[in-house]
Design a protein around this ligand. Structure first.
Ligand code: BG6
Ligand code: MG
Length: 217
């Protein structure tokens, strides 16, 4: 049975969650309220628009449509300054080993991310060539936990959804993978990602033998 492997980007391939946090925090402070790292957990896997809605709920701020649009742009412009100088040193540990193993075994690989900045980030860190399909915030209409992003990735890989494996660091992402009937692998805190089929703190805990078992499953 042909298998497909789908990777989320932020928090799975690269540690960009910290940059998203800094950019949202800057906007919150500018609007006169605090935004904590704990609150930032709610933003993982969530679209930029939904993040701003949550931020405004946290700060109990109302916004006109014009303000909303301006703040979305401001946040992204700030975020882009952080990712501008990203390089391979910001790839999370052992991600290249897993990607190289899958490539060696001729397994199709896709990106399934909510970010509209996904492709330039993969280019900057030098991993773009591993991906046979890229599905990101520019291609989907429904955000995670809706399975659309992963179903579209499976389609682009020409693999049945139930033969796909998804790596995710966000609760919404694990829910999306489960809703797509895919094997969900949680990367991060197991107590947070308790809905995942398997949990690992990071890729250093995932052996090539484990990947091989997933391929043969
Ligand atoms: C997800 C992140 O991958 O992408 C979210 O986990 C982020 O925190 C979302 O809001 C959208 O990203 P971007 O780059 O389009 O603002
Ligand atoms: Mg993520």
């Amino acid at each position: 049975m042909k298998k497909g492997f789908i990777f989320d980007l932020d928090g799975v391939i690269v540690d960009t969650a910290k940059y998203h946090y800094l950019a949202w925090k800057k906007l919150a402070n500018q609007l006169g309220f605090e935004f904590t790292e704990a609150q930032n957990e709610l933003f993982k896997g969530v679209s930029r628009k939904r993040c701003l809605e949550i931020l405004l709920e946290i700060g109990k701020r109302e916004a006109t449509q014009e303000e909303f649009d301006t703040w979305m742009i401001e946040k992204n412009v700030d975020y882009l300054t952080y990712i501008e100088n990203m390089d391979a040193s910001e790839i999370l540990p052992d991600v290249p080993r897993i990607l190289a193993y899958l490539k060696e075994k001729n397994i199709p690989i896709a990106l399934g991310s909510a970010s509209k900045n996904a492709q330039p980030i993969l280019e900057k860190v030098g991993l773009l060539h591993y991906f046979d399909a890229i599905v990101d915030g520019n291609n989907v209409t429904k955000a995670k936990p809706d399975p659309e992003v992963f179903l579209l990735a499976a389609k682009q890989l020409d693999v049945n959804a139930d033969n796909c494996v998804v790596f995710e660091d966000a609760v919404a992402g694990v829910e999306a993978a489960n809703a797509a009937n895919m094997i969900s692998i949680g990367i991060g805190a197991a107590e947070v990602l308790s809905e995942a089929d398997c949990n690992f703190t990071d890729f250093t805990e995932i052996s090539n033998a484990f990947i091989q078992k997933l391929i043969e499953k």
